[in-house]
Ligand binder design. Sequence first.
Ligand SMILES: [Cu+2]
Length: 147
Amino acid sequence: MLLRFLTQAASAVLLALPLAASAAQPVIEVYKSATCGCCKEWVKHLEANGFTVKTQDVPNTSDYREKFGIPNEYGSCHTGRVNGYAIEGHVPASDIKRLLATKPKARGLAVPGMPMGSPGMEGPRKDPYEVLLVQDGGKTSVYKRYP
Ligand SMILES: [Cu+2]
């Protein structure tokens, strides 16, 4: 339904969306570098999906990655935290919502690197990418695959 709206009346939906979707999504803290443009675009994606985002510019996002238990090899350009879960990189809001609804025992979600076509990385190309569930021991499993 949302997609149909977007194609028909993009501007109207963009105005209405924050109101409609703001119900009960928790605050996400986001740690990023001050100069990161795609981080800002990802934050906009979260806000458009009802999340309240508190960003903090930090000199080194890897400090937060380490603190939240996300191995560096799964690192990206920003690290977030919501309800005790780490959210690393350009993770789609729908996957964060599923994580919060199902509450698996895990450290959080990660989209390693910065795949083209992920939220905040929109461009001329769409590359396939995976959202990983990072388990408590640091192992991962595929949480969702985007073609
Ligand atoms: Cu990025």
